[in-house]
Design a protein around this ligand. Structure first.
Ligand SMILES: [Zn+2]
Length: 86
């Protein structure tokens, strides 16, 4: 167990897993947003795109998309490195 700070809303939360980067509230929110990203990627024919592109096309905040990638919700077809250059 560890006290972590949510990467999205900055709220402190108790984590049981070291890999967790967002609090339970944001986790739920991201999982609700995820189908939009999945649909976008499916319609994109697997073309590799950046998190920024996904954000622009789905209307989901860039931070949210990047965290989805780091959580493993979104596959490797998103190049999250591009988002780190801003
Ligand atoms: Zn949060």
């Amino acid at each position: 167990m560890a006290l972590l700070r949510c990467r999205l809303c900055k709220k402190a939360f108790i984590s049981g897993l070291q890999e967790e980067v967002v609090c339970p509230d944001c986790d739920v929110r991201l999982r609700e947003l995820f189908p939009s990203v999945r649909n976008f990627l499916r319609d994109n024919d697997g073309r590799v795109c950046t998190a920024q592109e996904v954000s622009n096309m789905t209307g989901i905040a860039l931070e949210d998309v990047v965290v989805m990638v780091s959580m493993g919700l979104v596959g490797l077809s998103i190049n999250s490195k591009a988002a780190n250059n801003r």
